[in-house]
Write a protein of this length. Structure first.
Length: 51
Protein backbone atom coordinates (compact mmCIF):
# COMPACT_ATOMS: atom_id res chain seq x y z
CA UNK A 1 0.00 0.00 0.00
CA UNK A 2 2.84 2.36 0.82
CA UNK A 3 4.43 1.72 -2.56
CA UNK A 4 1.15 2.57 -4.29
CA UNK A 5 0.94 5.89 -2.45
CA UNK A 6 4.57 6.74 -3.24
CA UNK A 7 4.07 5.92 -6.92
CA UNK A 8 0.88 8.02 -7.02
CA UNK A 9 2.72 10.99 -5.51
CA UNK A 10 5.57 10.64 -8.01
CA UNK A 11 3.06 10.34 -10.86
CA UNK A 12 1.25 13.47 -9.70
CA UNK A 13 4.49 15.44 -9.53
CA UNK A 14 5.59 14.26 -12.98
CA UNK A 15 2.33 15.19 -14.72
CA UNK A 16 1.37 18.23 -12.66
CA UNK A 17 1.83 20.54 -15.66
CA UNK A 18 -0.41 18.46 -17.93
CA UNK A 19 -3.96 19.65 -18.51
CA UNK A 20 -5.70 16.51 -19.77
CA UNK A 21 -4.98 13.79 -17.22
CA UNK A 22 -6.78 12.25 -14.29
CA UNK A 23 -6.11 9.32 -12.04
CA UNK A 24 -8.98 7.28 -13.43
CA UNK A 25 -9.97 4.01 -11.83
CA UNK A 26 -6.52 2.42 -11.83
CA UNK A 27 -5.20 4.71 -9.08
CA UNK A 28 -8.19 4.13 -6.83
CA UNK A 29 -8.23 0.41 -7.59
CA UNK A 30 -4.58 0.10 -6.57
CA UNK A 31 -5.12 2.14 -3.43
CA UNK A 32 -8.26 0.26 -2.42
CA UNK A 33 -6.64 -3.08 -3.22
CA UNK A 34 -3.67 -2.23 -1.02
CA UNK A 35 -5.91 -1.24 1.87
CA UNK A 36 -8.09 -4.36 1.56
CA UNK A 37 -5.04 -6.62 1.32
CA UNK A 38 -3.46 -5.02 4.37
CA UNK A 39 -6.63 -5.42 6.43
CA UNK A 40 -7.16 -9.03 5.36
CA UNK A 41 -3.56 -9.98 6.11
CA UNK A 42 -3.83 -8.27 9.50
CA UNK A 43 -6.97 -10.29 10.30
CA UNK A 44 -5.32 -13.48 9.04
CA UNK A 45 -2.40 -13.01 11.42
CA UNK A 46 -4.76 -12.47 14.37
CA UNK A 47 -6.63 -15.74 13.79
CA UNK A 48 -5.17 -18.61 15.75
CA UNK A 49 -4.57 -21.79 13.75
CA UNK A 50 -6.93 -24.69 14.51
CA UNK A 51 -5.46 -27.58 16.48
Amino acid sequence: MGLTIIIAIIFTIMVSDATDWDFGTTFYTGLLGGIVTTVLLWFARKIEPAK
